[in-house]
Design a protein around this ligand. Sequence first.
Ligand code: UDP
Ligand code: MG
Length: 328
Amino acid sequence: MKISFVIPVYNEEKGFSQFYEKMLLPELKKLNYDYELILVNDGSTDKSLQIIQKISEKDNHVKVLCFSRNFGKEVALTAGIREAAGDAILTMDADGQQPPKLIHEFIKKWEEGGEIIIGVRGRYEKHGLIAKIGSKLFYKILGMMGVKDTVPGSTDFRIIDRCVADEYNKLTEHGRITRGLMDWMGFKKVYIDYIYGNRLAGKPSYNFKKLFQLAIDSFVSLSSAPLIIFGWIGVFITVASLILGIFVIIEEFIMGDPMQLKWTGTTCLSIFITFLIGLVLISQSIIALYISHIHAEAQGRPLYIIDHKNSRNLNERKAKKAKESTSS
Ligand code: UDP
Ligand code: MG
C-alpha cells in the first residue's frame, strides 16, 4: 500500500525547506506505508523550483512536476492527483498552514473506510471581520443556489481514496474548483476539524481579487441559479406593471377616473416601458438557460459516477479483469 502526497508550490522559497524538513518529513518517517511526495511547481518565479529539485535529488520519494507557467492551485492539484500512484492521495498546502501532524488522523479515517476525508477549518478560529462575512456570504449564496453538499470551511487539506481519484481524473472541465468537484462527486465523506496555522514565511498569493474570482468560478460552475434569479425579477416586473396598467385602464378610461388620480400619458408610457423591460429580462433569462445547458454539455461531466468498490459483478469490470489476466 502506498500513499501519495500532493503539494502545490508557488513562490514558497522562504518557507518551503523549513516546512519540508521540520514539519513534513518527521511525520512522513512515522508512516507505516510506502509513500511518494509529488511537488507541483506552479510556475514559481522565485527559487522554489531549485529548492524542491534539490530535495528530490536527496530523497527518492520526492517527485517534481513542473508547470511551464502559473496555472493556479486548482490545476496544480489536478495535475498532482493525475500523477499520483498511491492507494490514497493526500493534498495539502506548502506553507505550513495545514499541520502535517494531522496526516496520521487523516490516514486513520481513510483506513476506517472514509473515501474523502476533508479538513475543515474555522470552527475553532478567530477570523477578521471581512473574511468572516465574506466566507459566510459565500456559503449562504451557495446554499441558496441549491449546492447543499459543501460544508463551510472545507479545505483542500484532504485525503481521497484511489477510487475517488480514478473518477476525478476522468473529469475534463477547465474552470474547476477541486473542492467543489469532489463535493459534486459524492462518496463517503469524513470531516476533521483543524486550526489553520500561520504561514511559515512569504505572503499568501490569494488576494481579495483572486478569492473573488474563485467565488465567481464556484457559483458559475456549480449552479445556474444566478440566471434564474434574473428571470424571476423579470417575471415580477412584468406582472407588477401589467397589474398597474390594467388598473390605470379601468380606473381612467373605463370608469372615468373616480379616484381623481389624473394619470397622464407619460405615466402610461412608463408603465408600458417597464412592462417591456420585464419581458426582456424574462427572455434574456431563457436564452441564458439555453447557454447554461450548452455550458453543462461543454463541461462534459459524466452523467453519474459509479462507486466501483461497492458494486458487484459488473460486466464492464469483468471484461477489464479478464483482459488484464490474459495480457499478463
Ligand atoms: N499555490 C499555487 N498556485 C497559485 C497560488 C498558490 O500552487 O497560483 C499554492 C501555494 O504555494 C500554497 C497553496 O497553493 O501551497 C495555498 O496558497 P496560499 O497559501 O497562497 O493560499 P491560502 O493559504 O490563502 O489558501
Ligand atoms: Mg496558505
